[in-house]
Design a protein around this ligand. Structure first.
Ligand code: PXP
Length: 247
């Protein structure tokens, strides 16, 4: 089974909001996250990921519904565990959700969800989603207890947070890869689908080839950034070409 690629198009909406946040109905509002999703799919994206944040700094609800309607690949909704987002997910019906921690101050998601510390809340949310036919992924740090708890709570998937790997120096990168490998092995043994995401780029993606049992990468910033030079379709194609080396 080839490694799958979920493309996160949040930053397309970030750019649009920088000019059009106060003019949401403008016919000139650009760039368009729906078109970006279609371009990513044309380049080989297996799924589209969006995060509707509590402060709506990039994706808006209308984007989520428009993207869901337009695409013919699974939609992955990243969401904080709030009643507002649970209601949105139930109405939107994405194929899967990825539960993430969310604080207003952070620039982007920083650190994994503390599934152990928030066990009850996470478990309740998983059950509500699954009852609605939505598969659940938990975005966690590559730590044994978090992986175990994710399996105990009945999630179908985990997404290992690769942010520390992405920020690692030459001195620390081997240890970060080892942490990911240990967590991935355990997740696989426990029957979880193991994904990875955050901070993966064209320079570091091949270093992850030694981490076993990975099913999907979720990548946003590096692909959207590369798209400024070559277009989104081509940027996705180039990332896919690098990913095909995964054993
Ligand atoms: N996975 C999750 C859970 C995220 O929150 C993000 C960032 O929105 C990503 C993956 C993608 O990270 P990046 O934009 O650094 O590729």
């Amino acid at each position: 089974m080839p490694l799958l690629l979920g493309v996160n198009v949040d930053h397309v909406a970030t750019l649009r909001q920088a000019r059009y946040a106060l003019l949401p109905d403008s016919p000139q509002a650009e760039p368009c996250p729906v078109q970006a999703s279609l371009d990513a799919i044309a380049g080989g994206a297996d799924s589209i990921t969006i995060h509707v944040r509590g402060d709506r700094r990039h994706m808006q609800e209308r984007d989520a519904f428009a993207i869901k309607k337009a695409i013919d690949v699974p939609l992955n909704l990243e969401m904080g565990i709030t009643s507002e987002m649970i209601a949105l997910a139930l109405e939107l019906q994405p194929e899967f959700v990825c539960l993430v921690p969310e604080t207003r101050e952070e620039v982007t998601t920083e650190g994994g969800l503390d599934v152990v510390g928030r066990r009850r809340e996470v478990g309740d949310c998983i059950r509500v989603m699954q009852k609605a036919g939505i598969r659940v992924s938990l975005f966690i740090d590559p730590e044994i207890e978090q992986v175990r708890c994710s399996a105990e709570l009945g999630a179908e998937m985990i997404e290992l947070h690769t942010g520390c790997f992405g920020n690692a120096t030459e001195a620390t990168v081997a240890a970060e890869i080892e942490r990911l490998a240990v967590a991935a092995k355990l997740g696989h043994e426990l029957g979880l689908q193991v994904n990875a995401g955050h901070g993966i780029n064209y320079q570091n993606v091949r270093l992850l080839e030694v981490v076993p049992f990975l099913t999907e990468y979720n990548i946003g910033h590096s692909i959207v950034s590369r798209a400024m030079r070559c277009g989104l379709e081509q940027a996705v194609r180039e990332m896919r070409a690098l990913m095909q080396h995964y054993p």
